[in-house]
Design a protein around this ligand. Structure first.
Ligand SMILES: [Zn+2]
Length: 168
């Protein structure tokens, strides 16, 4: 009897892993930490459908770098907002509209349209900040999204290196 339960358990786990594998295979690929301040391998940018942009890394607004803005636009990818300064767990502490608005403004100045999606740095976000994102009519992408998509990192700083993400 015990053996049967164990087999059933293992089968369920295997089915879930296979399911996840195929979901990740068919869902759009993403890349995190897009910024003029972070060198990024072109092959991973090219493979990605969604680019997650940091608007003010190292206190430098991306909108000041028009050549970079135009380069990113020319790639014709879906662009999302990824933090403001991208500090560690930046949205895991209370943030107000003023703080968030700066990111929206910089993004819009750079690309000519408002961001429609938001991914918090390190995927951590408080309940209040979730509401803030919603109030700004933006879609929140966090841990579940990261699990169901292949997500590369420009500096290869993700939980798994880019070449592993590429495989699974
Ligand atoms: Zn990030």
């Amino acid at each position: 009897m015990r053996k049967k339960i164990l087999m059933l358990f293992l089968t369920i786990i295997l089915v879930l892993i296979l399911f996840l594998f195929f979901v990740r295979l068919t869902s759009p690929r993403e890349i995190d930490d897009i910024s003029p301040e972070i060198p990024c391998l072109e092959k991973y940018i090219e493979k990605s459908d969604v680019l997650w942009v940091i608007p003010k890394l190292s206190n430098k607004a991306i909108s000041e770098d028009k050549i970079w803005c135009n380069y990113i636009l020319s790639l014709n990818k879906t662009l999302g907002l990824h933090g403001v300064y991208h500090e560690f767990e930046e949205f895991n502490i209370g943030r107000d509209q003023e703080y968030f608005q700066e990111a929206i403004n910089i993004f819009e100045e750079c690309f000519g349209f408002k961001p429609e999606m938001f991914k918090p740095p390190q995927l951590e976000i408080t309940e209040d900040n979730r509401k803030l994102i919603k109030e700004n009519n933006m879609e929140l992408k966090a841990k579940f999204n990261q699990l169901t998509h292949k997500v590369y990192h420009c500096d290869d700083s993700g939980l798994f290196p880019n070449w592993v993400i590429n495989l699974f």
